[in-house]
Design a protein around this ligand. Structure first.
Ligand SMILES: [Fe+2]
Length: 250
């Protein structure tokens, strides 16, 4: 595992200043989190729900990234760093390869409860952080970082394929559980509209196939009508490892 400190995005959360959140911002967190806590049981997968519980998030106060990072680290060694917004590809992959996830520390405006075009800390912490505590997902995500670094360093065609794989797994993945279809993608679990839509008849659900995913473009502006379903997080990691070997990546 390479250290992620060779990117300017790595900050020491123990000393990085925590924003002085307003009552309105805490209220936005309270409302968003209450709504998702209501929706997610029976729809999100058990691995995600167990991860969410491990984070011990406050129901009424915006969390501090340093606290969440420490909780995640106990389970998988993954940590958070604080970023102001989207991260450039090579830095993003370098962070992931070093088991570090870039999180924002700001919350959306009250009139953006249903939708925000750019990730905020609700998306990052409710969407991404829980599965960082799951060992197989964590291993897959680190491997994804190494593959991305290798692809961007060599101008490999996977520079086009990997964002699609990210989209259809990390952001919009579904999983077949013993009890039925469940959600694990961060773009779904952090959005009430996508939670209900992703499990509805409006969506065509495909068996997990990384070649098919790599060839399928995605639309960031609308609800997702085509989703891919994994059988397990073992499958996600094992298939991705095999796909990387085939593509000569990482
Ligand atoms: Fe995301």
């Amino acid at each position: 595992m390479s250290a992620p400190s060779d990117t300017a995005y790595m900050v020491d959360l123990a000393t990085f200043p925590v924003p002085d959140y307003s009552d309105t911002e805490h209220e936005t967190w309270t409302r968003l989190y209450a709504r998702q806590r209501e929706l997610l049981p029976g729809r999100a997968c058990d691995e995600y729900l167990a991860g969410l519980a491990r984070l011990e998030l406050s129901e009424t106060r915006l969390p501090r990234l340093v606290d969440i990072s420490r909780r995640i680290e106990q389970y998988t060694g993954w940590r958070l760093t604080r970023v102001a917004g989207l991260v450039e590809n090579d830095d993003f992959f370098t962070l992931l390869a070093g088991r570090c996830f870039p999180s924002t520390d700001f919350i959306r405006k009250p009139d953006e409860l249903d939708y925000t075009p750019a990730p905020d800390m609700f998306h990052d912490l409710i969407g991404h952080a829980p599965l960082l505590t799951h060992s197989r997902f964590a291993a897959f995500f680190e491997r994804f970082g190494h593959a991305g670094k290798a692809a961007f360093a060599s101008g490999h065609p996977a520079t086009e394929w990997l964002p699609r794989i990210y989209w259809y797994t990390v952001e919009f993945g579904l999983i077949r559980a013993a009890e039925g279809l469940r959600i694990y993608g961060s773009g779904i679990v952090s959005s009430p509209g996508e939670v209900l839509h992703s499990l509805s008849d409006a969506v065509t659900r495909h068996d997990f196939d990384l070649d098919a995913i790599a060839a399928r473009d995605y639309d960031i502006w609308h609800m997702q009508n085509d989703l891919f379903v994994i059988d397990s997080f073992d499958q996600l990691e094992d298939d991705f490892a095999a796909w990387c070997r085939e593509a000569r990546l990482g």
